[in-house]
Ligand binder design. Structure first.
Ligand code: DGT
Ligand code: CA
Ligand code: CA
Ligand code: ZN
Length: 576
């Protein structure tokens, strides 16, 4: 059995044990082992054979035996029994915001709740409030959580989609009969969340490629399988659509299956206006088919410049493309530094030097460290003394790094309930920059929350606002806030607003980033990295910026080290 599949089983085992109320230590052992398998330095069967798997710290003796059994036989009876005896709806309850394994076990033991439907019925009849330790407030929260889950449906994060599509897409592309292949749909448009995965390829013999595709190891279930298209369910339950066309049809199909639907409808309307008929297979004119080799040529045939996939939402892209080539959008390679990163001084997993190393490996020339401030006790917020110690550590490190790389001293400073900041002014003045973020008091009403954030944004010591809405995609709505008022205040006071690039956040979103940019606000793309791997998330922030129509000049961390340092210094003197 493949390593990825074994890791999935261990993860699922951990989750099943959680909802069964097993002790947390035992559950975590499975999740940790799964995590370790995903990052193995070499082949799993080799590592079992030469004994090196036994030396991976989180893999104990029992775990080693289970992994070995899965790798050699493809079965793990204890897992299969557990899965059979656990109601499948119980695991779904884990996704309800605010509902952890402990509460789920109580709900199951006391009220026999084993599905979302059971949970809703119990909540609506007031039975949850009556359980000891729950109460009316918890019951209301749970009901809200179910509403939220139903509103997001089965969508997944872009990061999950990318991970899932990787091996399948590579397998299709590597197939000897495939000429061109491309990821389509919402993932190509870099939408915030993804419904299903779409892959398009061209071939002289699409049917044989599809036969190959439905037999791939990642495919758990074939939903439909014809000569030109197939739909399958992957191991994780996510659907993937694959379509094959001739190479002549490819540019038209690529455009069609990239969408969005709204964009496609407008394209088709424009074709009709010109006496043409556009479909996923081609462009028909009065004198026969109009051949196009590329998407550029498809747009060109309708009198339009090329529109990048991120802009294809029928949100003004046609008016731009009528006028001529679109301005270049920002790319990952334009980013030369970044702000808002955490280290193990607060809740990050890596040391300061390790983060610097990773930032350099990611092609950056400066790194802003912004650990949590003192009130953020849950996240290891820094006392004033610790801040001063960290400054000394950064000075020492900068001394060693020389001119080619610089660490900026920053803080992710909590915005307190009254809109003031979590450190005194004299300390704030010692930082190179200040990210101000809300991490507490999410329950405020919209008016108070807006006043709170506007006050922070107007504070001359604040360089940039962090994750402005606090949302967690597919998990939690943001706090109520009048974001337009915040953006207006930021533009008046020259405060930046970040695009937080963490794929769970993407906050600002593209719609508000576009508004902020229009008002002249400088926008940094920040990974909010909590480990060395976090820099990879910059790519998701670039996606948001591109969807907002931002070019390199609109993004603050495309400025080179010297101008970034000058700009930060100028902003600091604004406050004195
Ligand atoms: P998703 O999967 O919900 O994240 O969003 P998409 O955009 O990937 O949607 P999907 O997978 O249903 O379809 C892929 C593309 O195919 C879609 O973006 C546009 C095109 N398409 C699908 N259905 C229609 C339709 O009824 N009319 C038009 N014009 N295009 C469609
Ligand atoms: Ca899709
Ligand atoms: Ca689809
Ligand atoms: Zn934060």
């Amino acid at each position: 059995m493949e390593t990825a599949r074994i890791a999935r089983i261990l993860d699922e085992m951990g989750t099943l044990l959680e909802v069964r109320g097993e002790n947390a230590f035992r559950c975590r052992a499975y999740h940790n082992a799964a995590q370790a398998l995903k990052g193995l330095p070499s082949d799993l069967s080799e590592m079992i054979a030469d004994g090196s798997l036994a030396r991976v710290p989180v893999i104990g003796e029992t775990m080693l035996a289970k992994i070995t059994q899965l790798a050699t036989t493809g079965h793990l009876p204890s897992f299969e029994e557990l899965k059979k005896s656990t109601p499948s709806g119980l695991v779904a309850l884990l996704r309800v915001p605010g509902l952890g394994p402990k509460k789920i076990k109580t709900l199951h033991d006391d009220l026999k709740i084993a599905s979302l439907a059971d949970l809703r019925a119990a909540g609506e009849s007031g039975k949850i409030a009556a359980i000891k330790g729950f109460g009316a407030k918890t019951e209301a929260k749970i009901l809200e959580g179910i509403d939220f889950l139903e509103s997001v449906g089965d969508r997944i994060l872009q990061s999950t989609a990318r991970r899932l599509i990787g091996p399948i897409f590579e397998a299709v592309r590597a197939h000897p009969d495939v000429i061109r292949a491309e990821v389509c749909g919402s993932l190509r448009r870099r939408a915030e969340t993804i419904g299903d995965l779409d892959i398009l390829f061209s071939s002289a013999d699409p049917a044989s490629v599809l036969d190959h595709f439905v037999r791939l190891p990642d495919v758990a279930k074939v939903l439909a399988h014809g000569p030109t298209k197939a739909s399958v369910r992957l191991g994780d339950g996510v659907q993937c659509d694959l379509r094959g066309v001739s190479d002549e049809q490819f540019p038209f199909a690529l455009h069609y299956f990239t969408g969005s639907k709204a964009h496609n409808i407008e394209m088709r309307r424009r074709a009709i206006e010109r006496g043409l008929k556009l479909s996923e297979y081609g462009l028909e004119g009065p004198d026969g088919a109009v051949a196009c080799r590329t998407e550029e040529e498809v747009f060109g045939a309708l009198g339009l410049a090329y529109i990048p996939p991120e802009l294809r939402e029928d949100q003004g892209e046609f008016a731009l493309a009528e006028k001529g080539p679109l301005p270049r959008l920002v790319e990952r390679s334009d980013l030369v530094g970044t702000f808002h990163c955490h280290t193990d001084w607060s809740d990050g997993g890596a040391t300061l030097p390790e983060m610097v190393e990773a930032a350099r490996a990611a092609g950056l020339t400066y790194l802003g460290i912004a650990d949590h401030s003192k009130s953020a006790g849950y996240a290891g917020g820094l006392s004033i003394d610790r801040v001063r110690q960290q400054w000394a550590a950064i000075d020492a490190l900068n001394g060693k790094l020389g001119k080619s790389f610089r660490v900026f001293k920053g803080t992710e400073c909590d915005i307190l309930a009254d809109g003031s900041l979590d450190y005194p002014d004299d300390l704030l003045e010692g930082f190179d920059y200040v990210v101000a973020s809300v991490h507490s008091g999410f329950g405020m009403d919209r008016e108070s929350m807006t006043a709170r954030i506007v006050k922070a944004v107007r504070n001359p010591r604040v360089t940039m606002l962090g994750h402005p809405t606090g949302r967690l995609l597919l998990a939690r709505d943001g706090y109520p806030v009048d974001l337009d008022a915040v953006i207006q205040a930021a533009s008046e006071s020259g405060t930046m607003i970040e695009i937080n690039a963490n794929p769970h956040r993407l906050d600002l979103d593209s719609i508000h980033a576009r508004k902020a940019h229009a008002l002249g606000i400088s926008i940094p793309i920040n990974p909010d990295a909590h480990s060395t791997g976090g820099f990879g998330d910059l790519e998701y922030g670039v996606g948001v910026a591109r969807r907002a129509g931002l070019g390199p000049a609109g993004v603050f961390n495309t400025s080179d080290l010297k101008s970034a340092a000058e700009s930060l210094a100028a902003r600091r003197s604004r406050g004195t």
